[in-house]
Design a protein around this ligand. Sequence first.
Ligand code: GTP
Ligand code: ZN
Length: 366
Amino acid sequence: MTRDYSQFLPTDAQTPAQTPEPAKRAMLDILGWQPFFAQQLALETLTQTPPVRVVEVHRNGLQVRGADLEALVPPGPEATVGDWLLYDAELPTRSVVLERKSLFKRRAAGHDRSIQMIAANVDTAFVVTSCNNDFNVARLERFLALAFEAEVAPVIVLTKADLCEDPTPFVAEAQKISARVPVVLLNAKSEEPAQKLADWCAPGQTIAFLGTSGVGKSTLVNALFGSEQAETGAIREDDSRGRHTTTSRQLHFTDSGLAILDTPGMRELQLAEAGDGVADLFSDVVEIATQCKFRDCAHESEPGCAVRAAIADGTLEAERFERWRKLEAEERHNTASLAEKRAYDKNFGKMVKSVTKAHKGRKGRR
Ligand SMILES: Nc1nc2c(ncn2[C@@H]2O[C@H](COP(=O)(O)OP(=O)(O)OP(=O)(O)O)[C@@H](O)[C@H]2O)c(=O)[nH]1
Ligand SMILES: [Zn+2]
């Protein structure tokens, strides 16, 4: 059976003779299908292997959803929640993963050095903090750098506006962080979230929340689901080891077609191998630093230091420079210790192997 998939291709690839199927097109759009993915494909490919989105990752494989299909792809494809696959009905494990728009990832613990993919194709990351003691510019910057590293557009959301006498200083501080990062102030427990976050929550968009515990992430998710039953919290379970999160990663879709990422892995993102993200967020500082006389300028007391000059003439805030320096150092430290840990694990593995071998050898001789 062949189906007309021409409507899923960019407009210039369509031939007028092909009748659009608005219903199917709409279904894919709601799953987050975008021109970015469509342009990677030829029409024949789409007919033979329809695009499906990974809506859940669990032990048995990848749960995928397409315009009119729902399937489980057994473990095999290197994919994560949010990915788009070209579904091969005959050999599902051969389904091809489309190039990603964005990817949250981290290094897996252990010796295999593998990158663990947390979530793909997220459009917007809401970096959440509250207008209270949780508010911390350096911490915000860490989350923002992670979003930039993943190539996801971040938005700062300041919650608990209703509990704060005067939230303007919080807004002002947040706005100063980057001209590229919008700031939204709201009461997460009111009807405000749906209105104030509407720009990033259109049907077909995929969003995620970053932020420390208690800032209102679950409350925001619930607000975006409106009267719908939000499934947040459902993935948590209690066992003898205490409260922990299951390994399941999933996308929840609102009735309007907004995809909300729900994955425990987002809590454990480390600032490692995120040098590009840090440089992106602090592109102004990086730019100034390139003008220092010495390439290896430490921006201390070297002659011709553009950074010191910028601080002196007020173009660069001393605090911002210090935060950049700290964040960069943290990033470098974490990246280095990851490398060290990898080397250690590798050696440890070797050691275990040789000890076991020797032990077996001894046993054999007995
Ligand atoms: N008044 C008021 N309360 C809020 C607001 N946002 C969150 N809260 C409350 O703050 C508490 C924590 O909110 P949660 O949504 O559970 O926070 P969270 O970020 O999901 O926390 P974790 O699940 O631990 O990561 C709850 O009691 C919320 O009702 C807000 O804007 N205004
Ligand atoms: Zn310098």
